[in-house]
Design a binder for this molecule. Structure first.
Ligand code: HSE
Length: 408
């Protein structure tokens, strides 16, 4: 079967290399040989062994009846959405690594794939090389999924690891992440949690069956974290990780959020370091399952893309039932109604009246430190809106609030 690639960047070139280098093992495993037909990119790559496949015209792919499968590794929403839609309408299976595209347009593209009797797969969009999408949609299909939580961004996990292990401050750790090629020149999408938000929206859509759009999802990044926060976590036997999570709530709605969270050092997620990702899935039959691996990088991501290509081969005559339904208004609970316990650092004038005001407004807090200028305390687990209202009522100047990761 013939495969075209749209976007010859890090991931696209990795896919071309894996298809070439591992051609024999892939043919053995899927029973047909996979041949590269075209590579779409506006750039030129003179001297590349893949130069003969290059085109700047998407119509070369769309009009080639012998190209069965198209890989989209361009990134961004446009022109990726237009090109992927055209490929699906042309009866071609599409595999993408583009989390922004799937998070924003996944339902539309899944419907288009269904209408045209083809597959639209995106294992590489979440967790890079870690198998998450297929296990969640197939191996765990017999479960009611109650929760998905993970470290879904490698760049921020690298930065946090440097802050925790080497006491590097955020700015220095970010610079190192940029020097190592993990963080982009503009690191906003990673450090502000936007990338992790797109990924958890995809997992929430799959776990709960309705498209969850990133707009309006509570998203807090790591750029405001300080070494004081890291030290406070340490004193509690915890580390801070950027956690993307979604959970079925008692009222039938779901919570979806991204935020730094305090995780006990005894929990498996606490030990996931550097650029590694991990995803914890909880099902009512299986219990907790954790997948760990390389969440980014050329070869790791290409591995997931090629797995999807092989799944397209397996389901080329009868498409695989896969995906989710349209968004359900009101399904995602307002963040203020989602319960959590917090570690709070607040300024104090040193007067007893501040602690008395806190005790009156928010009973049940555990005071950890009160050094005259700062109060450090743990709140009970309550809806976040109630905690914020109580802290306002106590007239405390809150400097940081870190939620605790709920282990079960
Ligand atoms: N920027 C992402 C990360 C790449 O750091 O995890 C993979 O999606």
């Amino acid at each position: 079967m013939n495969v075209a690639i749209m976007g010859f960047g890090v991931v696209g070139s990795g896919v071309a290399e894996v298809l070439k280098n591992n051609a024999a093992v892939i043919e053995k495993k899927c029973g047909v040989s996979l041949r590269l037909s075209h590579i779409l990119d506006i750039r030129t790559f003179p001297g590349s062994p893949f130069a003969p496949y290059m085109t700047r015209d998407v119509n070369d792919i769309l009009n080639d009846a012998d190209t069965d499968i198209v890989v989209e590794t361009m990134g961004g929403t446009e022109p990726a959405f237009t090109f992927v839609s055209a490929c699906l309408n042309a009866g071609k299976h599409v595999v993408t690594s583009n989390k922004e595209l799937v998070a924003k347009k996944g339902y539309q593209l899944l419907e288009l794939a269904k209408k045209n009797g083809v597959n639209f797969f995106f294992e590489a969009a979440v967790g890079g090389g870690i198998p998450i999408i297929r296990p969640l949609s197939r191996c765990l299909a017999g479960n009611n999924i109650t929760r998905v939580a993970g470290i879904l961004n490698g760049t921020t996990n690298f930065i946090l690891t440097k802050m925790i292990v080497e006491q590097m401050d955020f700015a220095a750790a970010l610079r190192l992440a940029q020097q190592n090629g993990y963080a982009e020149k503009d690191p906003t999408a990673d450090v502000e949690g936007i990338d992790a938000c797109r990924k958890i929206c995809i997992l929430a859509s799959l776990a709960f069956g309705s498209h969850v759009y990133p707009d309006g999802i509570f998203t807090e990044g790591i750029s405001a974290l300080t070494l004081d926060d890291v030290a406070a976590a340490e004193a509690l036997g915890c580390v801070i990780k950027l956690i993307a999570q979604t959970r079925r709530l008692e009222n039938g709605k779901i919570s979806v959020l991204v935020s730094p969270a305090l995780i006990k050092k005894t929990h498996l997620l606490s030990g996931i370091s550097d650029v590694f990702n991990a995803c914890l899935i909880t099902g009512d039959a299986v219990g907790d399952v954790i997948m760990v691996g390389r969440g980014a990088g050329k070869e790791a991501t290409a591995s997931a893309v090629v797995g999807d290509i092989i799944d397209c081969v397996d389901h080329s005559s009868a498409r695989k039932t896969f995906g989710w339904g349209d968004a359900v208004p009101g399904l995602v609970e307002d963040i203020d109604a989602v319960p959590a316990a917090f570690l709070v650092r607040a300024e104090t004038s040193g007067k007893d009246s501040d602690t008395a005001a806190l005790a009156a407004a928010l009973p049940g807090c555990t005071m950890l430190d009160s050094d005259g200028s700062t109060l450090l305390f743990v709140t009970p687990s309550l809806p976040q809106g109630k905690i914020k209202a109580a802290l306002n009522a106590a007239s405390l100047r809150v400097r940081s609030m870190l939620r605790f990761f709920e282990e079960s």
